[in-house]
Design a protein around this ligand. Structure first.
Ligand code: GLA
Length: 400
């Protein structure tokens, strides 16, 4: 009896010591903005405030974007007690004031750290300070943490990310945890109960089809990331997403490439984290980032990652099952020259073993809507005819 009592007590104490993931914070893929792709280490409070303003005035907030995330290099030194402080030159008002500003715009505040001793930009990492940093973030009002993997040596990834998850939980402020270890340790196989999203690749580069060699590592174009992890869609879903990386829309690719990039991230149910300068966007960039019908495909409640249904060489057909037995279909032209399509739905039944979506278009007729042209495009009883420009897409929604 005494032993049972002691065992129960021990169980209560040890459960109390462990943390858990804040459930339900990312039931659809998180949407927001991150400083890294465009600004690198050149971050400061004025630019971040202006970005929050632009997120509202551009219509992005209305379209669903919420998180304003400062990536690497916001850090100053740790103080004599070990508390991390922002760079006083770049963030003179402090992080609490910046978080308040972002919150006052109806947005959420995200920050970046690293599981190792130093961040990838050489700033102080959280190793050995996880609980202290989590408390600091909570006191600032942080809602989202991107947690990187530089300078981690022999650390075990699952353990390191669990430590930060538990630290955040103990600090009691709900925080979305974005795991960024580039897919090296296959987080999709172990991180469902640890983070809300995990990167599946090395860094993106603002090109459609390229590999950018940095010596011991490479960054990748849009189609390279798309192809990199073909067989892990079953690991992604509500509250635990495969993260295809922050977007490069508006960072120098052509409008067609940006449209294709955005469409494919939506098809893959990837988090939609813009990575451009929101203060200086062309109308084309705004139109791409705020196309609500395309975003609705990304945010569909089923949360099913799309897949390549057909590979016709340069032309590919991607499919994403949606709620109410609908689906999105994306024709991707990977070549630079236009491709004409004549697509007979009746020849291509849908049979997705993962989502169990099965459609024989000989037996069921679907309505078609063109999500970029924003108009109806007939039904599946007719052949779908169109020209897909080079490095571009046509994206359709099929529904009954
Ligand atoms: C890594 C990450 C990037 C970015 C940089 C910052 O490379 O993958 O997304 O956070 O570090 O240094």
């Amino acid at each position: 009896m005494k032993n049972t009592f002691a065992l129960i007590l021990l169980l209560i104490i040890s459960t109390g010591l462990h943390g858990q993931k804040f459930d339900g914070l990312a039931l659809t893929p998180p949407m927001g903005w991150n400083s890294w792709n465009h600004f690198g280490c050149n971050v400061d409070e004025k630019m971040i405030q202006e970005t929050a303003d632009a997120m509202v005035t551009s219509g992005m907030k209305d379209a669903g974007y919420t998180y304003v995330v400062i990536d690497d290099c916001w850090h100053g030194e740790r103080d004599s007690l070990g508390f991390i402080r922002p760079d006083p030159g770049r963030f003179p008002s402090g992080m609490k004031a910046l978080a308040d500003y972002i919150h006052s715009r109806g947005l959420k505040f995200g920050i970046y750290s690293d599981a190792g001793a130093k961040t990838c930009g050489g700033r102080p990492g959280s190793r050995g300070y996880e609980y202290q940093d989590a408390l600091t973030y909570a006191s600032w009002g942080v809602d989202y943490l991107k947690y990187d993997w530089c300078s981690t040596g022999e650390l075990n990834a699952k353990e390191a990310y669990t430590t930060m998850r538990d630290a955040l939980y103990r600090a009691k402020r709900p925080v979305v945890l974005s795991i960024c270890e580039w897919g090296d340790n296959e987080p999709w196989t172990w991180a469902k109960d640890i983070g809300h999203l995990w990167r599946i690749s090395g860094d993106i580069h603002h090109c459609f089809d390229c590999q950018w060699d940095h010596g011991i590592w490479s960054s990748w174009g849009v189609v390279q990331i798309l192809e990199m992890r073909k067989n892990i869609r079953q690991y992604s879903g509500p509250d635990h997403w495969n993260d295809f990386d922050m977007m490069e829309v508006g960072n120098g690719m052509s409008a067609g490439e940006d449209r294709a990039h955005f469409s494919l991230w939506c098809m893959m149910a990837s988090p939609l984290i813009a990575g451009n300068d929101l203060r200086k966007m062309s109308k084309e960039t705004v139109d791409i980032l705020t196309n609500k019908e395309v975003i609705a495909v990304n945010q569909d409640q089923l949360g099913i990652q799309g897949y390549k249904m057909l590979d016709l060489g340069d032309l590919e057909v991607w499919v994403k099952p949606l709620k109410d037995s609908g689906l999105a279909v994306c024709f991707l032209n990977r070549a630079l020259i236009p491709e004409s399509i004549g697509f007979d739905w009746k020849e291509y039944p849908i049979d997705d073993g993962f989502s169990k979506l099965k459609i024989d278009f000989n037996k069921a007729t679907y309505q078609i809507r063109d999500l970029w042209a924003k108009k109806p495009a007939g039904t599946t009883n007719q052949e779908f005819k169109a020209i897909v420009p080079g490095h571009d897409v046509i994206m359709l929604k099929l529904f009954r």
